[in-house]
Design a protein around this ligand. Structure first.
Ligand SMILES: [Zn+2]
Ligand SMILES: [Zn+2]
Length: 443
């Protein structure tokens, strides 16, 4: 179809053209008080807008956003692409914006100073990784025939995505049309499927909510499969370091959602003979998967110093410089150091129980064999007394009842035709839903 939309109309549609893959993150300093200000520049891509049955070309405008510093309350400006859609990490800091041809506002903000001292896009220490390897070292296998249920269910998810994404698209459009509160955090997807041997299972997938229904742009992970072999029976024996690390990566995704606190306890990260780059990789492959709000790491003293030195040698910005811009890892900052331990414990704790993987494997990939096992404990107290207290870790049971009031998620359940409008899922529901197959009901 060949027709023209004027700039005004295009700008109204622009939020539908935003391409999250192209979003750039920046850090600058307030010109008045030097506090770090985080902001993002949004870009668009050609998009098909189903609602109007048209394809709209990308629409890039340039201009300025005005912020009011939440520390010193003074205002500053930033030259930016798409000032209508770009903004600050703290949304309320954005107090005005204008496009380049707006002479009136240009005059108004003529004397406003710009953000200073930028550091670009270097989010290497705080980027979250959520990729899930569906093809190797499955956590969920068929109890009857031992097949990898992760590969089978992922293939079925792809087939069902057409149906799911229609419901999802309906929700996105509805939510864009109403006044905006916080967006859902996750989407959970639940459907029954048959293993090749005929055994029935129910898959529980998760992905972060996005205003986007492209299958490829979502990063799916499995948080459970009902009917699969129990995890203590799967993670039990002698396996390669790489196999154990893959399991740990998968467990971390599950733990971040289901538990209140995650502990990564390992005397060493990587090993002595790795190059600086490999040492940094070993650290990043783990810290980039962890939720910095809920994780504690315990390593031998000296390990952190080695990481910071290797990082500074192999990156454009030194570790200290990253910290100056709030780009250092919060996890590393809070990490505890101790010298007299050799235990390797990876565990998650919460009100409804604890999961612990432990054995002989440090945080490192490799082909050599290590012993490993997995326990599900009902009692936090027992887990704490036996595994955490001896290492000087604090009792955190007081935090178990607190939940983020603003967090909620969507559930696409095949038994409810994947409809999402009638039910929001809150963090207090996650355990019932994912571990016990109980869908919450609301009065
Ligand atoms: Zn300021
Ligand atoms: Zn089977």
């Amino acid at each position: 179809m060949n027709f023209k939309l004027d700039t005004e109309k295009l700008r109204k549609l622009k939020h539908l053209l935003v391409d999250r893959e192209k979003t750039l993150q920046y850090h600058g300093k307030c010109p008045h008080c030097e506090v770090t200000i985080e902001y993002h520049e949004t870009h668009t891509s050609l998009s098909a807008i189903r609602e109007y049955n048209i394809t709209v070309p990308e629409e890039e405008d340039y201009g300025v956003i005005i912020g009011t510093c939440n520390n010193c309350k003074e205002i500053f400006k930033v030259n930016i692409a798409n000032p209508d859609c770009s903004g600050f990490k703290l949304e309320y800091i954005k107090t005005d914006f204008y496009f380049d041809n707006d002479k009136q506002k240009e005059m108004m903000y003529k004397k406003t100073p710009s953000l200073t001292d930028f550091i670009d896009q270097n989010n290497i220490l705080i980027d979250r990784k959520t990729d899930y390897d569906f093809f190797n070292h499955p956590l969920y296998i068929c109890n009857e025939c031992e097949q990898n249920l992760e590969t089978i269910s992922f293939k079925i998810l792809k087939e069902k995505w057409g149906l799911i994404s229609e419901e999802y698209w309906g929700y996105i459009n509805w939510s864009l049309g109403k006044s905006r509160g916080p967006s859902p955090k996750y989407i959970f997807i639940k459907f029954p499927f048959l293993c090749n041997c005929g055994q029935e299972h129910t898959a529980n997938f998760v992905s972060l909510y996005q205003e986007n229904i492209s299958f490829e742009k979502h990063v799916f992970a499995l948080v459970n499969i009902f009917g699969a072999r129990s995890l203590p029976d799967v993670i039990f024996g002698v396996y390669t370091k790489s196999n154990i690390m893959t399991w740990l990566h998968k467990l971390i995704i599950r733990w971040n959602i289901l538990f209140k606190k995650v502990y990564i306890i390992s005397p060493y990260v990587g090993h002595l003979f790795l190059s600086d780059e490999k040492k940094v990789d070993a650290w990043l492959s783990i810290i980039n998967r962890l939720d910095d709000e809920k994780t504690s790491i315990l390593v031998k003293s000296g390990q952190v110093k080695i990481f910071k030195e290797s990082f500074s040698k192999t990156n454009k910005n030194s570790y200290d410089e990253m910290v100056r811009f709030n780009l250092g890892s919060k996890i590393i900052k809070e990490l505890k150091n101790k010298n007299n331990f050799h235990a390797k414990i990876y565990c998650a704790v919460g009100k409804n129980g604890c999961e612990i993987m432990n054995g002989s494997s440090n945080l490192v990939e490799g082909v050599s064999y290590e012993v490993v096992n997995f326990d599900i404990m009902e009692s936090y107290k027992k887990t704490f007394d036996r595994f955490l207290k001896p290492l000087g870790i604090d009792d955190v049971s007081a935090q178990f009842e607190t939940h983020d009031e603003n967090e909620y998620s969507l559930l696409f359940d095949e038994s409810n035709s994947f409809e999402v409008f009638d039910l929001q899922i809150y963090p207090r529901d996650y355990t019932d839903l994912i571990l016990h197959n109980i869908t919450p009901t609301r009065p």
